[in-house]
Design a protein around this ligand. Structure first.
Ligand SMILES: [Zn+2]
Length: 268
């Protein structure tokens, strides 16, 4: 079991013992984030009206939304935030179009890694373009908010098209509830609204802070203009999440924005 995951499990242990265990483990295994890279898994075609709520001038405009999982390398494990998209069941395939100039496996290999090297997968949420390739990472544990995992088992009718059960059913999920530092320098932050249990990921490395928004802000403009996303479960909570993300500061990576296709950080 990877060290980070041991730490993660202990952080969820009974409150009384938690601090003591954390201290011992951190003394023994002081981990740090060494590298952060944006990966690629092609493009999902979306109407721009699905990305910014009620922005009518966007209606009817097609957007090739980039699929950009994040690779985080610590000195003891390799983590992935989101896994892109995979072939869809026929009932959905006729409505959802995606293309791949590169897939997540090829993208990962450019950093000398294979699917077996990934020990932790964090899913921002369980929509089909964020957990599509989860099953490729057979040695990983999966981290998701409890509210999201619960919801994904029985989504409302108006949300059902976004959830493909085959992508995530029966995987080894470890659930978190709210904000949680899952390993040194990697924190998940609950940002509900787009979905009931959406989370964003904050990485601290080499004195820098990277905020990976997930679909709380699929485009940078969602955050910059406080304009909520167009696919929405709870608009009020989504705006609160956007404001909390704005308050975080740091270097923001929006999940689908074509303006940000590259991010590489190597801690010297
Ligand atoms: Zn998405």
């Amino acid at each position: 079991m990877p060290v980070g995951f041991i730490l993660f499990c202990f952080r969820n242990a009974a409150a009384g013992e938690q601090q003591k265990l954390n201290t011992i483990l951190q003394m023994t295994f002081e981990m740090a984030v060494k590298e952060v890279h944006l990966l690629h898994d092609g493009y999902l075609e979306l109407d721009m009206g699905m990305l910014v709520y009620m922005k009518t001038q966007y209606y009817g405009i097609k957007y090739q939304a980039a699929l950009k999982p994040l690779l985080i390398i610590t000195d003891s494990e390799n983590m992935l935030v989101d896994t892109g998209i995979a072939p869809l069941p026929p009932s959905l395939a006729k409505f959802v179009k995606f293309t791949k100039d590169i897939d997540i496996v090829q993208s990962l290999s450019s950093y000398g890694l294979s699917t077996d090297d990934i020990s932790v997968v964090v899913n921002t949420h369980m929509h089909l373009d964020h957990c599509g390739n989860n099953r490729l990472f057979t040695r990983a544990n999966y981290v998701v908010q409890k509210a999201e995992l619960d919801y994904s088992k029985n989504p409302d009718r108006f949300m059902r098209g976004g959830y493909v059960r085959e992508f995530y059913e029966d995987l080894r999920f470890e659930t978190v509830d709210g904000r949680n530092e899952i390993t040194n320098g990697v924190t998940v932050m609950d940002t509900p609204g787009h979905t009931p249990g959406h989370q964003s990921v904050i990485v601290q490395a080499g004195g820098r802070k990277i905020v990976y928004t997930g679909d709380a802000a699929p485009l940078l403009e969602n955050l910059e203009r406080r304009d909520i996303t167009g696919i929405i479960y709870d608009p009020k909570k989504e705006l609160e999440s956007i404001d909390r993300l704005r308050a975080e500061g740091g270097e923001v990576i929006a999940s689908h924005d074509l303006l940000q296709m590259k991010f590489d950080l190597i801690v010297q």
